[in-house]
Design a protein around this ligand. Structure first.
Ligand SMILES: Cc1ncc(COP(=O)(O)O)c(C=O)c1O
Length: 437
């Protein structure tokens, strides 16, 4: 390979939409994330490992805040913590001035323990247990987002017992289908989430909360889906919410998360700036007065900030069929290819400056034929011992990780200005048996 080819390859990483901000190819021809040589990081902390550029997380939080500040005064950016629920992520977004969305008692526990002011916590869940409702009220969460009529009744009853008045929003299914994988569409009437507009349940929810002595209705919520590139459904969802909202009580409008990210170089998601602009303009057009505008992004805050590093093991060439390159992780650290058929890029971190020309299928080490991370990846011919990196794994990878095949879950490493630190340690074999009687 010529020097100019190597330069071109390095530029591809620096200008890439799938690698964390600031990633590059260093003088040794290796991938660098957050100022750290990824191969060195894996030598220190092992593989597989989730590696995040901390500055990328902070930059995206600031991009959301800046997009709002340029437009309105009364807004709230809420981190949908299901996307990457570990303490260091909660802390980063708390420090950057975001609020947080939790969707279970466990996420609530983590957010509080990480230092979030409970007033900045939004409690979600389509099936909150009595224990979770109590936990939320006792913690003093700012808002409970009510998902069903039965929940409204149970929450009111507990607030009466606790002697508290709880501010609530109603989660509305506005009857809007987002253009995304069916498994992550949530705005259509036929959904397990929320109270439908079309069937009148959302209106009944409003009546029920207004009549509940221990609840205070402060607004509405809608989240139409995830990994969304086409923003028009948001405008329709906002129009639908406007029909239900009354300025008497609607001081806050939470229009969900959902902004898509680039998983491959071919993906062109809207920018944070464009996404916020569409939501703000949509609300300004149909709401008077304009309530506080709340968004709750998950994927678009953390997805491109993280990569996963593996070690290449068995390389199996089936002549005239395909070459399988097996790595030391797979569906236990990234379920998305199996759940949604998601596509990823990949690179050999040791030789990130080489023009790749070998087409291979990157397989995991689990006992399922579907355990394939990337089909038809083009790599610099992988060899056992190489460090193989898949970018854009910062969202819903760690969150959905499992111990399938009794594989300990990987660590999370934050890289910043050349320093790498473990923020979640790797599980051990002892951890695997720690709960067994
Ligand atoms: C209610 C709610 N809000 C926000 C989000 C975050 O979505 P995303 O990660 O696509 O931004 C989700 C994700 O499913 C959600 O269910």
């Amino acid at each position: 390979m010529t020097a100019s080819e190597a330069t071109r390859r390095s530029n591809l990483i620096e200008g890439s939409v799938v690698y964390p901000i600031g990633s590059r190819v260093n003088d040794r021809g290796r991938l660098e994330v957050g100022g750290c040589d990824v191969v060195e990081v894996t030598r220190e902390f092992g593989t597989p490992a989730y590696i995040y550029a901390e500055d990328d997380l902070r930059a995206r939080a600031q991009a959301y805040l800046a997009a709002f500040r340029g437009r309105i005064d009364d807004f709230e950016v809420v981190y949908a913590s299901k996307a990457a629920p570990f303490t260091a992520a909660y802390r980063v977004f708390e420090q950057e001035g975001l609020s947080v969305d939790v969707a279970s008692g466990g996420e609530l526990h983590m957010a509080v323990r990480a230092g979030f002011d409970p007033a900045r916590i939004h409690m979600h869940g389509n099936n909150k247990s009595d224990a979770e409702l109590r936990q939320a009220v006792d913690a003093g969460v700012g808002h409970v987002i009510c998902d069903s009529l039965a929940e409204i009744e149970r929450l009111d009853a507990y607030c009466a017992e606790a002697g508290r008045v709880q501010p609530v929003l109603i989660r509305v299914t506005p009857g809007v289908k987002a253009d995304t994988h069916t498994y992550i569409q949530t705005g259509q009437l036929d959904s397990k989430f929320g109270l439908g507009l079309a069937d009148g349940l959302a209106a009944l929810g409003v009546e029920a909360v207004l009549a509940a002595p221990n609840l205070r209705l402060v607004g509405l919520h809608a989240h139409v889906g995830s990994q969304i590139f086409e923003l028009e459904p948001y405008v329709r969802a906002i129009e639908a919410l406007a029909e239900l909202a009354d300025p008497e009580w609607c001081r806050l409008l939470n229009v969900g998360g959902g902004l898509g990210i680039a998983y491959t170089e071919a993906d062109e998601p809207p920018s944070i700036e464009t996404y916020v602009g569409v939501k703000v303009r949509g609300i300004e057009r149909v709401f008077d007065p304009v309530p506080r505008i709340v968004v709750e992004p998950g994927r678009s805050l953390v997805g491109n900030a993280g990569v996963t590093a593996y070690t290449v093991g068995t390389v199996k060439e089936i002549p005239e069929v395909r070459t399988y390159v097996a790595v030391d992780g797979g569906m236990s650290d990234n379920m998305r290819p199996m759940l949604y058929g998601s596509r990823y890029e990949a690179i050999i971190a040791d030789r990130a400056d080489q023009a790749p020309e070998t087409t291979v299928t990157i397989a995991g080490m689990h006992c399922e034929s579907s355990d394939v991370i990337v089909r038809d990846a083009i790599l610099d011919a992988p060899r056992p011992g190489d460090v193989l990196v898949t970018p854009s794994t910062g969202a819903y990878g760690y969150a959905m990780a499992s111990n399938y095949n009794a594989v300990p879950r990987p660590p999370v490493v934050f890289c910043r200005a050349g320093d790498a630190r473990v923020v979640v340690r790797r599980e051990t074999y002892e951890d695997l048996t720690a709960r067994d009687e």
